[in-house]
Design a protein around this ligand. Structure first.
Ligand code: NAD
Length: 254
């Protein structure tokens, strides 16, 4: 009998992160999450008895290090890291982006992912196995306008994915990224809702417009990102590493 996977999911208290918690737990994993939102962490702990929850800002390396020590003590090790924490960041033309707006996206989207990776790699190297899954975005392909901090920081996580896959492959540690597309999520409703408001139209009208660019003409459910993460962390993906996996229904961007 193989033992349960020990899984860390950052920003696991809501959205895609929480859906990923559900999919890993359904697959029998022991899961630890961190998030900055205490109320959401408390709700996740009630909904999922046995879930390890910690208040951690992934952009602070000292908080990340003590979180990993907590997880080691509670779960006995780490087999899988899902770097899901990511913020949309400041939106606007390049000349209007503030210093803080620029650095905020990088602090969470790439520095946070790197700090987590750096903290778990020694444990994974010692056990000669591990899977790291970085959540990027389909926006690195579609390049929506006025999102330079988000797109640049997500390109960075894709670069880190490729570099780490090469470096860690000899240690039997696999590193992949997922590019979610148009996910049926609060975040996406917020983004498209703002566009709808600016244009003075209904949210449904903007959604229908976006769906025209998607071959399958439907939104991705957050659980599907979780399912891809479970697959990438499993023995079914033993030779899948260094890949940027789109889960988007095929975006037909021109
Ligand atoms: P969300 O906005 O619903 O949730 C984000 C969570 O991150 C919140 O619980 C928040 O408290 C937490 N968080 C924010 N800053 C943090 C920090 N510094 N440290 C720890 N936790 C922090 O997010 P989502 O829409 O589920 O997106 C999850 C990931 O998927 C992100 O990396 C995002 O870029 C990516 N993504 C989402 C979509 C989408 O349609 N929702 C599409 C493409 C990519």
């Amino acid at each position: 009998m193989t033992s349960a996977q020990r899984v860390i999911i950052t920003a696991g208290a809501s959205g895609i992160g929480l859906a990923t918690v559900e999919r890993f737990r359904a697959a029998g994993a022991l899961v630890a999450i961190c998030d900055v939102d205490e109320a959401k962490l408390a709700a996740a702990a009630i909904a999922h008895p046995g879930l390890v929850t910690s208040k951690v800002d992934v952009s602070k390396s000292d908080q990340v290090q003590s979180f990993i020590e907590t997880v080691q003590a509670r779960l006995g090790g780490v087999d899988v890291l899902v770097n899901n924490a990511g913020i949309a960041g400041e939106i606007g033309p390049i000349e209007d982006i503030s210093d803080d707006g620029w650095t905020a996206s990088f602090n969470v989207n790439i520095h946070g992912a790197f700090f987590m990776m750096r903290a778990v790699v020694p444990l994974m190297k010692a056990q000669r196995s591990g899977a790291i899954i970085n959540i990027s975005t389909g926006s690195t392909v579609t390049l929506p306008l006025n999102r330079s901090p988000y797109i640049a920081s997500k390109w960075a996580i894709e670069g880190l994915t490729r570099a780490a896959a090469r470096e860690l492959g000899p240690h039997n540690i696999r590193v992949n990224a997922i590019r979610p597309g148009f996910v049926d999520s609060e975040r996406m409703r917020g983004i498209l809702g703002d566009i709808a408001q600016k244009r003075g139209v209904e949210l449904g009208e903007v959604e229908a417009e976006v769906l025209q660019y998607i071959s399958m003409r439907s939104k991705v459910q957050p659980q599907e990102i979780g399912d891809m993460a479970v697959f990438l962390a499993s023995d079914k993906a033993l030779h899948v590493t260094g890949q940027l996996m789109s889960v988007d229904g095929n975006i037909e961007w021109e």
